[in-house]
Design a binder for this molecule. Structure first.
Ligand SMILES: Nc1nc2c(ncn2[C@@H]2O[C@H](COP(=O)(O)OP(=O)(O)OP(=O)(O)O)[C@@H](O)[C@H]2O)c(=O)[nH]1
Ligand SMILES: [Mg+2]
Length: 419
């Protein structure tokens, strides 16, 4: 705990910016910003202030309106005068090259958006050659269309006028563009090298996978921080890294799990998140192959999270994008130990909302909707784990018999084994 405090004192400070629009209510925006704050915290930054603005849609030039941008700048300047340096401003949506350039010019601090923040965390988390290569490629993909910005920045320093205004000062325009061209070429070369490397890793992984024998493959999927790795550790008795931060897992881990006499492969995968650009998802292709090639998906949900329903949708949408929409799947509602709800007074006649649902009611609703394909557990407190194993056993067995019909010797059940 102490460590945490010390690092907070030294951490960079962040200001968050989000929009309230016709399609994104104030409540939603605040939830998004909560998540953005959690992302910032994961990256090592402390959020000191949030700005929101009600608009019809993002401004194509500056994302927020001009007045709001001035308000943010005034805030940063006031803080700086009070010797409280603002490290960065983080925008909740992906910014275009143009927006980024204009905002940077106005605010004169480091500007991040949700995508670059996530990439930063990925870079910090990447452990294996595979993950590192994937992240580097994704970073260049993000950078390439925004290169202009780097150049503008250099030009401003080189020009030394200090005003930072104007488009390409006279005399610098030529060399600047050459520089830009060179940067582009270097990056493109590097990208094709990374792609080759990934293709090589892909080939190795495919061979590895085909050597795994006749076993059903089960993949843990879900939103980030729902407890996939914790469940993996429990089922596979392994020690995959789990912690209360986002994207603790970047690399897929595969373990052999045996329930009774039935072996299968279980893999733990990278978590999903809202507003994750699809080309970023694409960069993690070889990580996600594990999901694509799975026979059964265990969709883990954090039932204690106020937004779990939207998280389910995000995961289902991402799975559909990956072409896994129709796969056999099961929902595992995790963290039932942490579930909280507000009991309504009897004389309270306002309609019950989802906050007023007891765990029992919630379970009934979902059971009715999903049949036996959902289960409620706590991976941390080890609640209902036996039920989960039983359900998993039945499912995997069913799939195994379909896929490997001649391999049924596995399924002699020994009655005396009842423990
Ligand atoms: N209260 C409670 N917390 C849990 C439970 N299961 C996991 N957690 C906690 O939730 C946090 C995230 O767990 P992980 O297992 O790292 O989650 P993950 O889904 O692998 O997350 P990423 O790899 O970051 O996507 C950790 O702090 C866990 O201790 C549970 O059943 N109840
Ligand atoms: Mg994990």
């Amino acid at each position: 705990m102490k460590e945490f405090v010390i690092s907070e004192a030294q951490a960079e400070t962040a200001v968050l910016v989000g929009l309230i629009t016709q399609t994104q209510s104030e409540r939603k925006t605040n939830e998004y910003l909560d998540e953005l704050e959690f992302l910032a915290h994961t990256a090592g930054a402390v959020t000191v202030k949030r700005f929101t603005q009600k608009v019809n849609g993002p401004n194509s030039v500056t994302y927020v309106g001009k007045g709001k941008l001035e308000e943010i700048r005034a805030y940063i300047e006031a803080e700086e005068e009070a010797e409280r340096e603002i490290g960065m401003v983080i925008f909740d949506d992906e910014l275009s090259a143009k927006q980024l350039r204009n905002i940077e010019k106005e605010l004169k601090v480091k500007i991040l958006d949700r995508t670059s923040l996530i990439l930063d965390i990925f870079a910090m988390r990447a452990q294996t050659a595979n993950a590192k290569t994937q992240v580097e490629l994704a970073q260049y993909r993000y950078m390439l269309p925004r290169l202009q910005r780097l150049w503008t920045h250099l030009e401003r320093q080189g020009g030394g006028s200090g005003s930072g205004g104007g488009k390409g000062s006279v005399g610098l325009r030529g060399p600047g563009e050459t520089q830009l061209e060179m940067d582009r070429r270097i990056i493109l070369n590097r990208m094709s090298l990374l792609k080759q490397r990934l293709a090589e890793i892909d080939r190795q992984k495919t061979t590895q996978r085909s050597n795994r024998g006749r076993m059903i493959r089960v993949a843990l999927v879900g939103y980030t921080n729902v407890g996939k790795s914790t469940l993996m550790n429990l089922l596979a008795k392994s020690e995959v890294f789990a912690e209360n931060k986002l994207f603790a897992t970047l690399d897929t881990t595969v373990r052999k799990v045996i329930i009774d006499n039935l072996p299968f492969l279980l893999s733990d995968t990278v978590g999903f998140i809202r507003k994750l650009p699809t080309d970023l998802v694409d960069s993690f292709k070889s990580t996600l192959d594990e999901v694509r090639e799975a026979d059964l998906l265990l969709h883990v949900v954090d039932i204690a999270h106020p937004d779990f329903e939207e998280q389910i949708q995000v995961v289902e949408k991402t799975l559909a994008d990956l072409g896994c929409g129709g796969k056999p799947s099961m929902i595992v509602f995790n963290k039932i130990d942490a579930y909280q709800w507000v009991e309504k007074d009897e004389d309270d006649l306002t309609p019950a909302t989802k906050e007023n649902m007891s765990l029992d009611d919630l379970m009934k609703t979902w059971m009715a909707r999903r049949n036996e394909d959902c289960i409620f557990i706590s991976a941390r407190q080890k609640i209902h784990i036996e039920e989960l194993k039983k359900t998993l056993y039945d499912k995997v067995r069913e799939l195994h018999v379909q896929k490997y019909p001649y391999n049924d010797f596995l399924f002699e059940k020994y009655e005396e084994e009842d423990a």
